[in-house]
Design a protein around this ligand. Structure first.
Ligand code: ASP
Length: 346
């Protein structure tokens, strides 16, 4: 065995599923059995593994913010005895969980790598073996030099809060369109050390931020969306990630629509614009249709992914009840999740 100890939090996902009459479904015990049997996991260069199988195992479509906190607490409880963490997770909401953990885990000084697979480990052409062994070897080799939440998938290492699932069929299912890869895994591991967050010499103890019952939501603009529909949505939330057109634009000719946004902002709802296109930033001062958002009180989320913006907003509402502070912090870079445009800052 290698030198390091890795805690595997197996939360569910395709990686350990079995085919059933109703499609792939989680199968308790299946993954542990395979990890104990496949020679790749017994190789001398592999770290020592502790596997915890969650109960119930979840298809990640069923994950909720309470699950993010539970995973965070689980990792905290294991941090003394382990050098790094591998979180096995379904791909569907992996980018949300990775983003959430990047915020919730305050003072993280060890690597947290999320991975899973598009085909279960038990099947012949599975991508799971590659993803799992790479995640484990990354921790074995570099645990002392990495301390952030990453996704390792399809030969790529990505910053967790910059990643989105962009392919539901290919083995390279994740991209970080607005951020360079943290690493490329081929014959060699090529890590981007200029980008990777390094552990600090002096650090505070790891803390897991509880998420209260804050209601935040995401709303994707579409042509013809009525002021009435928008009002109904905003009525139920304290904060909203507004997925806008292009570089952060919305229908400024619809005065009623803009009025709804303005009223919501005036009454303390935090509305943050992110771009619908995968690449690029919400530059609200570029077009009149973006300026109208700024005038209404919407702020830019710059180049954050919708996943990062939503989870960051939940986190910030858990840190403070002051919506002006949430609004301000949404525009600050907390964990490498955004690149600010100075012209947009208040
Ligand atoms: N539906 C599965 C999940 O997200 C898909 C996967 O694991 O790839 O749990």
């Amino acid at each position: 065995m290698g030198m390091r100890k890795v805690y595997i939090a197996y939360t569910g996902g395709t990686v350990g599923m079995l085919p059933t009459e109703r499609g792939h479904a989680p199968a308790p015990g299946q993954l542990a059995e395979l990890l104990g049997r496949l020679p790749q996991f017994q190789a001398p260069e592999m770290p020592e593994i502790t596997l915890r199988e969650y109960n119930p195992l979840l298809d990640s479509a069923n994950m909720t913010p309470a699950d993010w906190v539970a995973i965070g607490k689980d990792l905290k409880a294991q941090q003394e005895n382990h050098d790094g963490f591998l979180v096995l997770h379904g791909t569907d909401t992996m980018a949300y969980t990775a983003s959430a953990l990047s915020f919730l885990l305050e003072g993280l000084e060890k690597p947290v790598i999320l991975t899973g697979s598009q085909i279960p480990l038990c099947e012949t052409r599975s991508d799971a073996l590659e993803n799992l062994t790479t995640g484990l070897l990354l921790i074995e080799r570099y645990a002392h030099r990495m301390c952030e939440v990453c996704i390792c998938f399809g030969g790529r290492l990505l910053r967790g809060n910059r990643a989105s699932k962009t392919d539901s069929e290919g083995f390279d299912a994740f991209e970080s369109p607005n951020h360079p890869l943290l690493g490329t895994i081929g014959i060699d591991f090529e890590l981007n050390w200029n980008m990777l967050r390094r552990p600090q010499a002096e650090s505070l103890p790891l803390r897991v931020r509880e998420l209260g019952d804050t209601s935040v939501g995401a709303c994707r603009l579409y042509p013809g969306m009525s002021a009435h529909t928008l009002a109904a949505f905003l009525d139920g939330v304290e904060g909203c990630v507004l997925e806008c057109y292009g570089a952060g634009n919305a229908p400024n000719r619809d005065k009623e629509f803009m009025g709804v946004l303005r009223n919501a902002c005036d009454s303390g709802t935090v509305i943050v614009a992110v771009p619908q296109p995968l690449r690029g930033s919400a530059a609200l001062s570029l077009y009149a249709t973006g300026r109208a958002l700024l005038d209404a009180g919407v702020v830019s989320g710059f180049d954050m992914t919708p996943e990062a913006a939503l989870t960051k907003m939940s986190y910030l509402f858990a840190c403070t009840t002051d919506s002006a502070e949430v609004r301000r912090m949404m525009q600050q870079n907390l964990r490498g999740e955004l690149t600010p445009l100075t012209s947009e800052n208040e």
